[in-house]
Design a protein around this ligand. Structure first.
Ligand code: ATP
Ligand code: MG
Length: 195
């Protein structure tokens, strides 16, 4: 089994995440993509606005119609700061017969040198780097051991971010077509991200 891991804060999940995962699945021939919300992301200055349960629920709603997409609460269950190296170590122990690939957008590709224990991480797993509107990828500027572990994958630009979704909510704007309808309904009912 070839498994893609789609990590993120998902505060909230949006259509850019979904298309990134689907593009990676198709282009890299992945059997499944596991969406894995981070408990506390290591690289973000602000704590997530929605709770862990709310973020996980929105992910579950968003991927419900796709058989190859699964939600995993490994990082939420572990608690604390969600270091990818810890997660990947655990996955490799738990599923020794599976091959894992970590899916990241262009902004994260260029940030890889700053990831916690990156040397150890690239010795355990390969990355699928997906293009992202507004972020260039220059593989040559990455250190060799990291560059060797990144395969690139082109997706149609979707100029969407969770930050933009939260901003729109704060200003009372609609988020239709930016997130799945089920997620939009949940956000509305729970009055998430309002001013
Ligand atoms: P925020 O604005 O809060 O940082 P985000 O939209 O960047 O949210 P994250 O949860 O930070 O979402 O990202 C999870 C993963 O999805 C990252 O690897 C990121 O690069 C990727 N990603 C997010 N949005 C897009 C997009 N529009 N196109 C391609 N990749 C994306
Ligand atoms: Mg981000």
């Amino acid at each position: 089994m070839k498994i893609g891991i789609m990590g993120g804060t998902f505060d909230p999940i949006h259509n850019g995440h979904l298309l990134a995962a689907e593009t990676a699945r198709e282009q890299a021939g992945l059997d499944e993509v596991w969406f894995m919300p981070a408990n506390v992301p290591p690289h973000k200055a602000n704590a997530p606005k929605a709770t862990a349960e709310q973020r996980l629920f929105m992910v579950e709603e968003a991927i419900a119609s796709h058989d190859a997409f699964k939600a995993k609460d490994i990082e939420l269950a572990r608690g604390g700061t969600s270091y990818t190296t810890d997660t990947v170590e655990k996955l490799r122990n738990q599923y020794p017969d599976y091959n894992f690939y970590y899916i990241i957008g262009a902004d994260m590709v260029m940030y890889l040198p700053n990831w916690n224990r990156i040397e150890q991480l690239v010795s355990m797993i390969g990355f699928i780097g997906v293009t992202r509107a507004g972020y260039g990828i220059d593989l040559n500027s990455l250190p060799e051991p990291i560059r060797k572990q990144v395969q690139l994958c082109e997706m149609p630009n979707m100029e969407l971010s969770s930050t933009d979704i939260r901003e729109r909510r704060r200003h009372g704007k609609d988020i239709r077509y930016r997130v799945p309808d089920s997620v939009r309904t949940y956000i509305g009912e729970n009055r998430l991200y309002e001013a």
